[in-house]
Write a protein that binds this ligand. Structure first.
Ligand code: ADP
Length: 620
């Protein structure tokens, strides 16, 4: 069969162009990427050999680097699984992977950063074109025919049947004139030490006499004793498994022997990956059984709220042929999982106590995800709550702990006060806070979407109930009530009845507020109703929310409310009432049913104010 010509997919072409024209300042990473692919191929073979031990044969799995100065080529050779013709076409010519598009979208233009992204997004093979103007791939699966793939990276590639004696893959880089440095043995050795030292199989360099020399540690990193390992070693291993070139914040390395046996090495990264928010995205630590790589992203080993943790778990207590299905509900896995959760929480406790700056970084990157644990992991809720950090009315940063909050509560305060809102700015200027601020009660400001669920699950901490300041509650209001309120109640009785009639079905009730000191009005949820924000979120998500009616609170000391009281004309009264209701809704980020009507009424009021008494224009 003759060579068949094919075109690269458009995205691949774009990527290749980028490789060739913009990543020249950090060329060396190509070697790391290709060695990592070769090592993955060996892991896959080892895995297939579990079912078919004959596959392994006598030869040791290894990666070989063969520089050939005469031909100007560097070959990266492995005896891993190899690829069939279809796999070569699929893997090296078509990337349907969503990773590529996201990679292209997240390029910053900063070469160094962009180069680091390559590994993270799984587009490693194409990095070959940073140093090569032509790449030839020879590959053969154990039971298949050899195939030859070749391309100059300009838009087309060819595939044809070929001859190859042994199973595995050879990636032959025809180096550009300027990149011949990658033929030098010393350069190759130092690169392998830098990037691939901890790969769990030997990387061998072939010299000009045809002799092979192993140039890496070739030992599973986590099996080495802690005493032998330095911080730099841990950081390097992290780079290798997480494809993240920013040093991790912390790690924990444990060997456990007992009823279950395992080694775990867990890392807390310092920044979030691009798909952290996607809960469906399978992720987690790598699982090894007796040093044999079993799977990446073994989601069952850690709960979703710890999905930012990277690392390795190696255990002899699971069968080698373990599948994702077996992992689910497996008792050994459950035990390892709850032990790992404790390890991560210990690690975070330690960081929070001893490295507060690092902890702040952790919180900024992963706090929102970690908080899911308050809902998900009832057994550890108290510990998780201690690790949470919040904004509050007394702190500009997200650094308030529940413990500190409770410790500085004044004696008369019985609950932990909070307000949920769409943004921090909206929370800080919310009318609901006025009375609490005036009396120096600290209020936690919760602005993450998850917070609505958090407060429905975390109902108390340290024996103190969490109390929303935007919800009707006699106890709460008694704390901030002014002595004049009783007198004013009598004075405003009639206005309240009139206003309630004017607003009709839209409100549950109208009443005088204890909360407001500056604003004329606000809406609060009934004592047992859903929170107003949660209702709004459900509605926007198209879910059926029980349509509960809010309570409208008005501030009897505000001139607009005084004006309402003095208004005899029914139509004018209704207009003003609408404005009080509408602005309360707007202030909490709600949507008006009739925005244009609201604006018309507002303009009418402004003009009336301007005409009659120019010095007393009131805009609320
Ligand atoms: P990634 O390795 O992140 O999936 P790459 O572009 O580096 O992305 O490789 C694409 C695919 O090509 C790999 O997933 C793998 O299936 C296949 N591949 C690459 N190199 C080899 C190799 N040496 N042996 C077998 N398969 C390989």
């Amino acid at each position: 069969m003759a060579a068949e010509k094919r075109e690269f997919q458009a995205e691949v072409r774009h990527l290749l162009h980028l490789m060739i024209h913009s990543l020249y300042s950090n060329k060396e990473i190509f070697l790391r990427e290709l060695i990592s692919n070769a090592s993955d191929a060996c892991d896959k073979l080892r895995f297939e050999a579990i079912a078919d031990p004959a596959l392994l044969g006598a030869d040791e799995l290894a990666v070989e680097l063969v520089p050939d100065p005469a031909a100007g080529t560097l070959t990266i050779k492995d005896n891993g699984v190899g690829m069939s013709r279809d796999e070569v076409i699929e893997n090296l010519g078509t990337i349907a992977r969503s990773g590529t598009r996201k990679f292209l979208e997240s390029l910053s233009g900063d070469q160094k950063k962009d180069a680091q992204l390559i590994g993270q997004f799984g587009v490693g093979f194409y990095s070959a074109y940073i140093v090569a103007d032509k790449v030839t791939v020879l590959s053969k699966r154990a039971d298949g025919e050899a195939v030859r793939w070749e391309s100059d990276g300009q838009g087309e590639f060819t595939v044809e049947p070929s001859f190859k004696l042994d199973r595995g893959t050879e990636v032959i880089l025809h180096l550009r004139e300027d990149d011949k440095e990658f033929l030098e043995p010393l350069r190759l050795k130092s690169l392998v030490r830098k990037y691939s030292d901890h790969i769990g199989l030997p990387i061998k360099l072939r010299n000009d006499k045809g002799e092979l020399e192993t140039i890496n540690q070739a030992r599973a990193f986590w099996t080495r004793p802690k005493s032998e390992l330095k911080d730099e070693d841990y950081a390097k291993f992290y780079e290798q498994i997480a494809h993240d070139y920013q040093a991790p914040l912390a790690w924990a390395h444990h060997k456990v022997e007992g009823t279950i046996e395992y080694t775990s090495l867990l890392y807390i990264p310092s920044r979030a990956p691009f798909d952290l928010w996607d809960r469906e995205q399978s992720r987690g630590v790598q699982l090894y059984v007796k040093r044999v790589f079993i799977m990446d992203k073994a989601a069952e080993l850690l709960p979703p709220y710890l999905r930012f943790v990277r690392g390795v778990v190696d255990t002899p207590d699971l069968p080698l042929n373990v599948s994702r299905e077996i992992l689910q509900g497996n008792r050994t896995v459950e035990k390892i999982r709850s032990a790992l959760v404790k390890r991560v929480l210990d690690l975070l406790d330690d960081m929070a106590a001893n490295k507060p700056d690092d902890y702040a970084k952790f919180w900024a990157a992963f706090g929102t995800v970690f908080k899911e644990g308050l809902v998900e992991d009832q057994a550890n809720q108290e510990r998780i709550a201690r690790l949470c950090r919040f904004h509050s009315t007394t702190s500009d940063k997200a650094d308030v702990t529940l413990e500190a909050y409770v410790a500085r509560m004044p004696a008369e305060q019985t609950g932990i006060y909070y307000l949920t809102a769409e943004t921090l700015a909206a929370a800080r200027s919310s009318p609901h806070l006025e009375g609490f601020r005036a009396r120096n009660f600290e209020v936690l400001l919760l602005t993450d979407r998850i917070d609505e669920w958090v407060v429905s699950h975390l109902t108390e901490f340290g024996g103190k109930k969490l109390v929303s300041v935007a919800r009707a509650s006699k106890d709460l209001e008694a704390k901030i009530e002014t002595p004049e309120k009783a007198r004013l109640e009598g004075e405003f009785k009639e206005v309240i009845e009139r206003l309630q009639k004017a607003l009709g079905e839209r409100v549950e009730a109208v009443r005088l507020s204890s909360r407001l000191t500056e604003s004329p009005s606000c809406l609060v949820a009934g004592e047992y109703a859903l929170s107003r924000r949660l209702e709004e979120m459900l509605r926007r998500a198209g879910e059926q929310a029980p349509a509960s009616r809010p309570i409208l609170e008005i501030n009897p000391t505000h001139p607009l409310v005084e004006k309402l009281k003095a208004t005899g004309d029914d139509a004018a009264f209704a207009d003003l009432g609408e404005l009080l209701f509408g602005q309360a809704l707007l202030a909490e980020g709600g949507q008006l049913d009739d925005p244009a009507g609201f604006v018309r009424r507002l303009n009418k009021l402004l003009l009336a104010g301007a005409g009659a008494e120019p010095s007393r224009i009131i805009v609320g």
